[in-house]
Write a protein that binds this ligand. Structure first.
Ligand code: NI
Length: 151
């Protein structure tokens, strides 16, 4: 579990590093009309950190097997016009909310890691599963950003 926490702590700095010095054009270029640009990925991470992960972590700790809703991420990216938002603001928002989530995760007792919820699309998930999903989600989107930079 500690290795998950270490991974989750690294993402904020990696996000800053990977996007440092990129032009507006580079951060708003979609590889295909229906694919996200770097700015949309960053804001997806920022909003998802709270709207998906904070909510799930808190509810699974507090409630008895809560039903956890999935988030319509593509819809949100368009509706909220992520591409028009600030990149730095998105990273700052992500980093702040990651701090909140790390506090929740680090203050959870070892028994809490086995608490269960029922996710709308994934089925039965534990607190640990959610944390692992966060780690994998970071890795996936950081990789996506690296690929987009190469063009
Ligand atoms: Ni995602």
């Amino acid at each position: 579990m500690n290795e998950y926490i270490e991974k989750l702590k690294e993402t904020c700095a990696l996000l800053r590093k990977e996007t440092e010095g990129l032009s507006e054009e580079a951060t708003t270029r979609r590889p295909a009309p229906d694919k996200w640009c770097i700015k949309e990925i960053v804001w997806h991470l920022a909003d998802g950190e709270e709207e998906a992960f904070t909510i799930r972590l808190k509810r699974i700790l507090k409630e008895d097997r809560p039903f956890l809703y999935s988030v319509e991420q593509d819809t949100l990216a368009r509706e909220r016009n992520y591409i028009k938002r600030g990149l730095k603001e998105g990273i700052d928002t992500f980093c702040t909310q990651r701090g909140v989530n790390l506090e929740i995760i680090e203050s959870a007792k070892s028994d809490d890691w086995g608490r269960m919820g029922s996710h709308e699309t994934r089925g039965v998930v534990s607190f640990k599963d959610i944390v692992q999903t966060m780690v994998e989600h970071d890795v996936k989107h950081l990789e996506q950003i690296r690929k987009l930079k190469k063009g």
